[in-house]
Design a protein around this ligand. Structure first.
Ligand code: SF4
Length: 79
């Protein structure tokens, strides 16, 4: 049935643009040249957060990004 997808979310309005997420998981996070905040690549808006599904293999790097985020606005929903 394929690999189970894991969701990550980003509360973009609170992002201070420190760049940590993009350095830990560059395939998922990119700094936006316009407003200096991080963009969750391929993400879709859901309420006040941006959400994307990741592969299980990419869980560790996104967990590192979430842990490193000084604003704690990256959530990994892996339960
Ligand atoms: S680590 Fe957090 S505050 Fe820093 S750029 Fe990424 S989302 Fe924004």
């Amino acid at each position: 049935m394929g690999t189970k997808k894991i969701k990550i979310s980003h509360q973009r309005d609170k992002c201070i643009g420190c760049g940590s997420c993009a350095s830990y998981a560059p395939n998922y996070w990119r700094m936006n040249a316009e407003d200096g905040k991080a963009d969750l690549i391929g993400g879709k808006e859901k309420g006040n957060v941006i959400v994307v599904e990741i592969e299980k293999d990419d869980l560790a790097q996104n967990k590192k990004a979430a842990k490193a985020c000084p604003m704690q606005i990256i959530k990994v929903h892996d339960e």
